[in-house]
Design a protein around this ligand. Sequence first.
Ligand SMILES: O=C(CO)[C@H](O)[C@H](O)COP(=O)(O)O
Length: 234
Amino acid sequence: MTMGDTTNVPSARIAPSMLSSDFANLASEAKRMLECGADWLHMDIMVCHFVPNLTIGAPVIQSLRKHTDAFLDCHLMVTNPSDYVAPFAQAGASGFTFHIEVVKDEWKDLLKSIKSAGMQAGVALRPGTSVEQIFPLVEGEEHVDMVLVMTVEPGFGGQKFIPEMMTKVNILRKKFPWLHIEVDGGLGPSTIEEAAKAGANCIVAGSSVFGSQDPAGVISLLRSKVQDATMRGF
Ligand SMILES: O=C(CO)[C@H](O)[C@H](O)COP(=O)(O)O
C-alpha cells in the first residue's frame, strides 16, 4: 500500500464498549450510545477463563437484540469459542471475534461455522501475541473480516493504552488495506490520533465515552480522527 492509496480501506466504525455501561439499564444505554452516533455496540464476553472476569453471555445478547437492530460486535474472551457460535448466532450477535491464542488448526472450521451462522468473523490478539500469527487467518480463501488488536491486556475496562501495539496495526493496514482493524483498550481523545494514523478503523472505547459529559462529542472526535487519517494515508 502506498502513501495516499486508501481506496479500499473501510470507513470508521465507532463502537462504545458496553462493559462501561450500566448493565442494569443495558437497552437504554445502547439506545443512548446509538443516538450519540455509535456505529456498533461492542459486547465483551468474559466467563472467568481466559480472562479473570465475568460479564455477560448469549442470554443477555438475546435480550438486548429485542431492543435494537444495531451491529452487536461480540468479543469472546473464552478458551472454547466453538461452543459459543450457535448460541451467539441464535441470540442475534452480528460479529463473533475469537482469540488466536486459544485455537490451533481448528480455526478453519471455527471460521466456517461463524460465517455459515451468518455472523461476521473476527480474530483478536493479546498484546504479547505476534501479529504474524494471524496472517493465515486473513490470507486464506476463507478469511476473517476483522482483526482486533488488543491495546490493553483483555479483562477490564479503564486501563492504559499500550502504544507499542500500533506497529501491529500499521503492519496489518499496509498488508491488508481492505481489512477491518479494530483497537480496544484505553482509546479516547488522547490516544485516537496514534491509533488512527497507524490505520485502525474500528475504535472500541469504554471509559472515555461513558465517562464523558459529552459522549456524542467524543464519538464524533474519534470518527473525525479516523476519517482524517484515512484521507491522508498511512
Ligand atoms: O475489552 C475490553 C477489556 O478486555 C474493553 O472493551 C476495553 O478495555 C475498553 O474499555 P476502555 O475503553 O475503558 O479501556
